[in-house]
Design a protein around this ligand. Structure first.
Ligand SMILES: NC(=O)c1ccc[n+]([C@@H]2O[C@H](COP(=O)([O-])OP(=O)(O)OC[C@H]3O[C@@H](n4cnc5c(N)ncnc54)[C@H](O)[C@@H]3O)[C@@H](O)[C@H]2O)c1
Length: 375
């Protein structure tokens, strides 16, 4: 007997969680481009909207409802997230429950963040060509400093103590390292660089070092490099062209991908995928909810739209994904940019242009994207 995964089922169902702030603004453009792409490439997709956000939490007290994780596992091929974060929820409870909750409970152990210079005018470094900034970071996504282990004592006194523990497991380290090598092989990349701080964090460093060396033996065609994360930060600025694939723990991956975002033009253009190969996976722009930008028409939708391209690639629609990337390049080349990139276009003007360009991509096919609201 054979069973099909949600990725193999038709229609492929996509859960859409725009969240808070600019997450809604860029999410609307992401849907616009997704609909245009589905129509152009005859993709059998079904989009379901979920209202979970700060507003929803403040109204109902609910963050991630009971049964949501199981529902996503059973019925959905992918999840698209805008951003979470609202000053009215200072402890970020809803964001932690929804975003970290989904990453951890769906065991989305790969956080894949491509850093690609779509247009060389966007690079803050002198004399860098588009081909000089083209690497992919594999950030471990379920362990490390983000497991919330630790505590405090005598808070507010001169003797206050705080501890924050990192958890790294052999299984967790091995699977993210292997994912980086598998990606390098599948995409014709030359090298995998592992970064850590093993000169200061000896025990964790030892686990990462040994695992990296052992896994690398299975990929003799891929070159390897190790860099302490401080040295890596310096080299990413001095010679980004020397990087291909980088694998890092949860916190270092988080930090170096913001640096990567700056190299490609800023937070507005950075995209990411939270993956567990073969299972429902989640796609989101790297940026947060940027409250001052929300509703102003100044948010850049490219990071969100590129996340849609990554999602379609994951769902097996490579041609559709390529068409979106080509539309991003066309838009930037034409100077259709939001203010963060030095342009004067609005969020929806960029989204409209991307959708129009994808619609004009030379392929045939009828519409198949349906949208429905989930209360
Ligand atoms: N994945 C997520 O949902 C996520 C990630 C980071 C931060 N946050 C949350 O978002 C809120 C704001 O955090 P922050 O200000 O540190 O980070 P942020 O990413 O929201 O903003 C950082 C900078 O990038 C700019 N920026 C962000 N998105 C942009 C876009 N689409 N176009 C143009 N410029 C953009 C902002 O204006 C700001 O200058 C906080 O509540 C934070 O916890 C959420």
């Amino acid at each position: 007997m054979t069973s099909t995964t949600p990725q193999q089922q038709r229609p492929q169902r996509i859960a859409f969680l725009p969240g808070d702030g600019v997450g809604r603004d860029v999410g609307a453009e992401a849907v616009k481009v997704l609909e245009a792409t589905a129509e152009r490439f005859s993709l059998d997709l079904e989009l379901e909207h979920f209202p979970w956000s700060a507003d929803h939490y403040l109204e109902t007290g609910v963050t991630l409802p009971d049964g949501a994780v199981e529902d996503f596992q059973e019925r959905f091929a992918a999840i698209f997230v805008g951003a979470f974060g609202d000053p009215r929820v200072p402890d970020m409870k809803h964001a932690a429950d929804i975003l970290l909750g989904l990453r951890f409970r769906l065991d989305l152990f790969i956080n894949q963040r491509p850093v690609r210079l779509w247009n060389e005018s966007l690079c803050p470094l002198r004399d860098k060509k588009a081909r000089d900034v083209d690497f992919v970071v594999f950030r471990e996504n379920t362990e490390g400093a983000y497991v919330g282990s630790g505590g405090n004592f005598k808070v507010g006194t001169p003797h206050e103590i705080a501890t924050q523990e990192e958890i790294h497991t052999r299984l967790g380290v091995e699977r993210i390292v292997r994912a980086a090598f598998d990606f390098a092989v599948a995409h014709g990349r030359r090298e995998v660089c592992m970064t850590d701080k093993s000169n200061a964090q000896r025990f964790v460093g030892d686990l990462w070092q040994r695992t990296f060396v052992e896994v690398a033996r299975d990929y003799p065609q891929i070159e390897t490099r190790h860099l302490y994360v401080d040295a890596l930060a310096m080299l990413l600025v001095r010679e980004p062209e020397s990087f291909d694939v980088i694998v890092a723990n949860n916190m270092f991956g988080d930090i170096i991908t913001d640096l990567g975002a700056a190299l490609q033009g800023g937070m507005g253009v950075a995209a990411s995928a939270n993956l567990h190969p073969g299972r429902v996976s989640m796609f989101e722009p790297v940026h947060g909810s940027a409250p001052p930008l929300a509703g102003t028409g100044r948010a850049n939708p490219i990071g969100a739209v590129q996340s849609i391209a990554m999602m379609l690639d994951y769902l097996g629609h490579r041609g559709a994904s390529d068409a979106i990337e080509a539309a991003i390049v066309e838009s930037l080349t034409a100077g259709a940019m939001t203010p963060d990139l030095g342009g004067s276009a609005t969020t929806s003007e960029v989204g409209d242009r991307l959708a129009r360009t994808v619609s004009a991509t030379p392929v045939d096919g009828p519409a198949a994207l349906q949208c429905e609201e989930t209360p």
